[in-house]
Design a protein around this ligand. Structure first.
Ligand code: FAD
Length: 479
């Protein structure tokens, strides 16, 4: 048995950021244990990659660990020699840098390691290289069972477990899921590399994950046809050419007493009135020679206030009807990937279709899939040498394969958010368990709080939330 003041479960961007800021603010030496099976910190699903085509989807400047030191990461990047030294393609046409995601992971890891070596509170930050499997309440807080056989007692548990690897969606979740041609994990470079160069490939999804996989296939010299399908056929919208070159100061845009959107357009209680207001703002911007990007950015940077204020029924309505539209405007592709995809599309090698997969069956070393087109309802059966699952990570606790998440849910220590996405938490990220009471011993941070905050996916939004809640957490740990 081992013990710590704080057990952080998950050492990706969120868990690393939590430990860094806690050690700066704690005010007294704490023992902080990060439970993380990966060797490297700060990486997680998004940044634990060395693939040269996995790039940040927004400019370098808005990816920060320290919101109050906006020049820190650009300075670090420049010190390493900047794009000229190791990544000449990093510069986008808008004059912003879009470095490889692995570089950002390296930066976050370096920051954490420097705080492990020494920090303002004299806290100890250590790595327990294991998976947390289960939690039980204890006299002081919680006792965790770890995959290395140890038990870990902690006064405060911080769940920063982020995303699950995507699961096989129907109809690929049955007998087909074990077929060698079905690639459930699109971030597994080995599996993508094993696909024969001339194979006909079906990509499930059209979002950033799909674009990542397609870019890797094309770089590997894939010559066979690639078809990407999604039910509604919606693809990430390119950033308009008229959009401002340098991003505005996102920290000032988010850290305000009243959000930008509310200040300009008042408060809205329904998803539909938000949509109408946004559309009217876009029309006005376009009439003045601008584009949708500015008004949309005002809403994106106001989600911290707009989302919690929506009644539950409206949140559900948004998730059902509008989320997919929101997401294709919210998440841009890095320009470098956009170009490669456009070239393959123009050459006729790559196509996108609004369709869904009705059935799938093993067909020797290939998979036979029935595709149903949106609108016409027309069906066709095609044989694919490989099917790559790019449907994206799942944040529903009730579908999680993560035993620790299942343990928290089954004991009622943390309850799924009423939208079904992520866990329910209060403003301070305290878990709201089955009884609805905030638990001061269990905090949940990062993407698993999507239902509560909706904006906890991008790095800047996560970092800002951590910085908002950590003074209160540090004060509670001093008591
Ligand atoms: C492919 C992809 C690309 C992205 N690109 C960008 C981008 O360009 N810019 C941006 O701002 N955001 C991007 N994002 C959003 C990104 O998720 C966040 O920026 C952030 O990385 C989330 O980090 P996290 O630590 O919360 O989660 P994760 O990255 O999922 O890390 C969670 C960690 O928890 C560990 N873990 C899980 N369960 C357990 C357990 N039971 N016990 C112990 N450890 C556990 C995992 O091993 C993992 O390391 C991207 C997301 C994805 C998926």
């Amino acid at each position: 048995m081992t013990a710590a003041d704080v057990a952080v479960v998950g050492g990706g961007f969120t868990g690393a950021g939590f430990a860094i800021h806690l050690s700066r603010l704690a005010g007294r030496p704490l023992d902080v244990a990060i439970v993380e099976p990966r060797e490297r910190f700060g990486r997680g699903v998004a940044y634990d990659t060395e693939d040269p085509d996995h790039r940040l989807n927004a400019p370098l400047q808005i990816h920060f660990v320290y919101p109050d030191a906006p020049d820190h990461l650009p300075g670090w990047y420049a010190e390493r020699g900047g794009p000229e030294a190791f990544d000449p393609e990093a510069m986008g046409p808008d004059g912003n840098l879009y470095p490889r995601r692995g570089e950002f992971g390296r930066y976050v890891e370096e920051q954490l390691r420097s705080h492990m070596a020494g920090n303002a509170s004299g806290s100890t930050i250590r790595h327990i290289r294991a998976r947390a499997l289960a939690a039980r309440r204890s006299a002081a807080g919680y006792r965790l069972d770890l995959s290395d056989g140890q038990a870990l007692d902690a006064r405060l548990v911080v769940l920063a477990a982020g995303y699950e690897r995507p699961r096989a969606p129907p109809p690929f979740d049955g007998a087909v899921s074990g077929h060698p041609g079905f690639i459930a994990d699109p971030w597994d470079p080995g599996r993508l590399g094993d696909i024969p160069a001339d194979a006909r490939i079906l990509v499930l999804g059209m979002s950033q994950t799909a674009s990542d996989a397609i870019a890797v296939l094309l770089r590997n010299g894939h010559t066979g046809p690639i078809t990407a399908v999604a039910r509604r056929g919606l693809r990430p919208r390119p950033k308009p050419e008229t959009a401002a070159g340098l991003p505005p100061d996102i920290v000032d845009r988010i850290r305000r007493p009243v959000s930008l959107f509310t200040e300009a357009h008042g408060r809205h209680g329904t998803a539909l009135s938000l949509l109408r207001t946004l559309r009217a703002a876009v029309r006005r911007a376009e009439a003045a020679g601008g584009d949708w990007f500015g008004p949309f950015g005002d809403l994106r940077d106001s989600v911290w206030e707009v989302w919690p204020a929506l009644p539950l029924v409206e949140k559900r309505r948004f998730l059902r009807h509008l989320r997919v539209w929101y997401d294709v405007h919210r998440f841009q592709l890095p320009h470098q990937i956009e170009v490669r995809i456009a070239e393959a599309e123009a050459a006729g090698q790559l196509s996108f279709e609004a369709a869904f997969c009705e059935s799938a069956a093993r067909d020797g070393d290939a998979l036979s899939v029935t595709l149903r087109r949106r609108g016409s309802g027309g069906r066709r059966r095609e044989r694919f040498g490989a099917v790559v699952n790019c449907t994206g990570p799942d944040l529903r606790p009730d579908r999680s394969d993560n035993p620790f998440i299942a343990s928290l849910a089954s004991h009622g220590y943390a309850a799924a958010h009423p939208t079904g996405i992520g866990f329910d938490v209060d403003e301070e990220c305290r878990a709201l368990g089955a009884g609805g009471h905030p638990d001061p011993h269990l905090r949940i941070v990062g993407p698993l709080t999507y239902g509560a905050f909706a904006d906890q996916q991008g790095a800047p939004f996560i970092a800002l939330r951590l910085c908002a809640i950590l003074p209160g957490i540090a004060a509670a740990l001093r008591r």
